[in-house]
Design a protein around this ligand. Structure first.
Ligand code: ADP
Ligand code: ZN
Ligand code: ZN
Length: 756
């Protein structure tokens, strides 16, 4: 096959190897001679263990073993030529297991892509090249006797790079035996090439902005770039909050810093909340990077095949690709010489991983930047309270962009009190008069509008107008969603489904009607008032088809769609210059969530949604429909007062001792039997109370806001503390000798995104 190892006569060194799964202490193995000088910390290896050959990672080379060397076994094989877990990633693993209480194996499962954990090899192909120069005379002579052989040789003579064997055979229509004859004659040789499966940035479809030329920076952008460049040049860890109003050109600032980092030979991680939802940001990165010859960027997303994922990962480990763009797990990319980490829309809950290992990608990004001594930029128009507080206490720097590009005005936001609308129109109202009128006006002016809805599906639930009964899922204790197309009720947590009742199950009334505004209902209403308009709905269902999503966005940008209707998922990172009207159909849905962040989430949603209007030359207008127009977050958003909101919200959080003033750790107990759960949780609290000390406040146990998911009841205990690692260590230790019934499952969630 390909490759081969050079022999080396030095004495056999010993490496400490830790298994990817299983034993949690390092084991000692002899290093094969061929690798004695080149094996490094972070190499992936196979080792003999009893009669198996599991995978492990090299923690240390050249260790002094406790037993004689000849008692040690030899490393079976080294998987990839370069180390794949850089030293900082190994340190990160240690920190994550201490801080989040996650197990080493679970963290490595996230860090090492599945194909590598399965020991998959990068695909290689055979290539063909001439074994020695061949003259014209020789070729002519050969052509007489063996025309196919001559054809092959003359073809290869003209190739600048060795082509793959399979390509050549197909193209020239010749058989493999022709090659074999030529190899025997000493005229032809075979080589080997890593196959190009890497999903580089230019594979992301529509290329509207290829080779984009950077615009002249505004004064504010220039100042930000300069300040950040100075921080970058120190070569020390710095974390900076880049707080810029929507449309202030944060992406342009990132791009300049990226160029700076690339010139300095550094690697870059660029995190976005979700790759599929930020096609424009990614398109711009791609367009700009295309102008820098030789810079390869990897887009790390969920649609990569195993082969592509492995190739991309190895390209980063080799240092061949120096930029990775992706969602939260891209923070674990094995980049060499990592110097810059950018977290765009740092406030987005999507950065929190809700399953094991439960980590906050943004916080991991900051910690990794600290480990490598790099610059971390957290960008947002509506930063999280956690980040703002870190900026206020001086742990992070803070830079602001207060102006929109070209001094475009911020859109004006108008609130519509839906309570009045309902009274005056006697019945459920989807769109207020004023929003209807404005839609009509914009449509006749040939301008575009976007309507945002907080949820998906048509008329999400059935409500009895006589007795107020709402149908819920018996397994999950959440409201069932009504689907008009097949007249069913569906549970969005467990997937249970049943026919929609014609009469109220509680009182028998026939006035059981739909409540709430699904994207489909809004679409129907808009269709009625604008019968000739082109209206397109985009939601999580459409989102499943990535290509369709991209097509819709392109059509909208080209003006082939008049009204776009979607959930707030599409509010991120999209920029349409001809949109002059944005409507938010139900502003207050997020306000009534049982979550201490509900005000923050509502505010962020409003500002984000409003930011989609008036990005072109015309001023934009934002209509917000609400049943609670006087609520703080809604008022601050209307005045576009981000700092005012942050200050007020910080005061509230401080008064309650909520994050960011203390960390919250959620301890979840779940299982099929609620009495047993409550009992176990209470026993636990009694046991732990005396041990946590004054630095920890315990609340609960209590049933979770969503009491039941997939037949499992859920109880929780909350800990508030400023010493997370200390608490997590204590919890882990106490759990070891706290015996619980088998059907009680526990989980610890540090800094949960939406507790409840
Ligand atoms: P933000 O991310 O802060 O909301 P963007 O980075 O999306 O803002 O920029 C808003 C728009 O302004 C984009 O269309 C971008 O191409 C454009 N833009 C950014 N900087 C400049 C500049 N210096 N001159 C002209 N246009 C710019
Ligand atoms: Zn009823
Ligand atoms: Zn359910």
């Amino acid at each position: 096959g390909c490759g081969g190892m050079a022999e080396d006569a030095s004495i056999e060194k010993v490496a400490a190897v830790r298994l990817l799964t299983g034993l949690d202490r390092p084991l000692h193995y002899r290093i094969p001679k061929a690798w004695s000088d080149s094996l490094e910390t972070g190499h992936l290896v196979r080792i003999p263990l009893r009669n198996r050959h599991p995978l492990g990672v090299v923690l240390e080379v050249d260790v002094v073993p406790e037993v004689p060397r000849d008692k040690l076994r030899l490393i079976t094989e080294v998987l990839y030529p370069r180390p794949v877990l850089t030293a900082d990633l190994l340190q990160l693993t240690d920190w994550m297991s201490r801080y989040y209480g996650s197990r080493w194996e679970t963290i490595l499962e996230t860090m090492i892509p599945a194909p590598a954990r399965k020991g998959m090899r990068p695909k290689t192909s055979l290539t063909l090249h001439l074994a020695r120069p061949v003259s014209d005379a020789e070729l002519a002579a050969l052509a007489q006797r063996a025309p196919k052989q001559a054809k092959l040789l003359s073809f290869l003579r003209d190739q600048p790079l060795p082509p793959t064997k399979s390509d050549v055979l197909k193209r020239l229509g010749i058989a493999s035996t022709t090659c074999e004859s030529l190899i025997k004659k000493g005229l032809l040789a075979q080589g080997c090439l890593a196959a190009e499966r890497v999903a580089y940035a230019d594979d992301l479809g529509a290329s509207e902005q290829v080779g984009e030329i950077p615009p002249e920076l505004t004064t504010e952008q220039k100042a930000a770039v300069e300040a950040l460049s100075n921080q970058f040049d120190t070569g020390d860890f710095v974390c900076t909050l880049l707080q810029g109003v929507t449309g202030s050109g944060k992406t342009e600032v990132y791009l300049h810093l990226m160029q700076r980092a690339l010139e300095a030979g550094g690697g870059i991680i660029f995190l976005v909340p979700e790759v599929a939802l930020t096609p424009q940001t990614i398109g711009r990165l791609r367009a700009r990077l295309a102008r820098l010859p030789g810079v390869k960027a990897v887009v790390w997303h969920s649609h990569l095949s195993d082969g592509e994922r492995l190739d991309a990962w190895l390209a980063l480990a080799r240092g061949e690709a120096r930029v990775v763009v992706g969602a939260r797990s891209a923070i674990f990319a094995p980049l060499k010489n990592l110097r810059l980490i950018i977290v765009d829309e740092e406030h987005e809950p999507a950065y929190k991983q809700e399953e094991s290992p439960r980590y906050q990608g943004r916080d991991v990004a900051v910690y990794r930047a600290r480990l490598v001594g790099g610059l971390c930029i957290l960008g947002s128009a509506t930063p999280s309270l956690e980040t703002v507080r870190n900026a206020l206490t001086g742990r992070y720097q803070r830079l602001q962009l207060t102006q929109r590009i070209d001094n475009r005005r911020m859109p004006t936001m108008q609130l519509v009190d839906m309570r009045g609308e309902v009274l005056s129109r006697r019945g459920p109202v989807t769109l207020s008069r004023i929003l209807e009128d404005k839609l009509k006006a914009r449509y006749s002016a040939r301008e575009q509008a976007i309507l945002f809805i907080n949820r998906r599906g048509f008329a999400p639930h059935l409500l009895c107008r006589d007795c107020g009964h709402v149908e819920g899922c018996t397994d999950c204790s959440i409201t069932l969603t009504y689907h008009r197309t097949d007249e069913t009720l569906k549970c969005h947590l467990c997937g249970a489904m049943r026919p929609a009742p014609k009469r109220c199950p509680a009182c028998g009334s026939i006035k059981i009607q739909m409540q709430g505004h699904g994207t489909q209902r809004v679409e129907a209403v808009v269709q009625r008032i604008l019968p000739t308009a082109k209206i397109v709905r985009i939601d999580a269902d459409t989102m499943a088809r990535r290509h369709q999503f991209r097509q819709i966005l392109t059509a909208f940008r080209q003006g082939r769609i008049d009204v776009l209707i979607g959930t707030q998922m599409i509010a991120k990172g999209l920029d349409f210059p001809n949109v002059t009207l944005v409507g938010l159909v139900e502003a207050d849905l997020s306000l009534h969530q049982p979550d201490f962040r509900s005000a923050e989430r509502t505010f962020q949603l409003l500002v984000q949604v409003a930011g989609r209007a008036g990005r072109g030359d015309r001023a934009g207008e934002v209509i917000v429909q609400t049943y609670t127009p006087h609520a703080g977050p809604i008022q601050f958003a209307r005045r576009n007062d981000v700092d005012g909101f942050l200050q007020a919200e910080l005061e509230t959080r401080e008064a309650f001792g909520y994050p960011p003033f203390r960390h919250l750790v959620q301890h979840l107990f779940r299982g099929p039997n609620p009495e047993k759960l409550a009992f176990v949780a209470e026993q636990w609290v009694r046991r732990i109370e005396g041990k946590t000390g004054p630095s920890v406040e315990i609340r609960g146990p209590a049933p979770c806001a969503t009491e039941k998911i997939k037949g499992h009841y859920r109880f929780q205990v909350w800990y508030f503390t400023n010493q997370v690692s200390r608490l997590v260590t204590l919890l882990k230790r106490e759990q070891e000798d706290f015996l619980v019934p088998e059907d009680v499952i526990q989980a610890i969630d540090v800094d949960p995104a939406s507790p409840g």
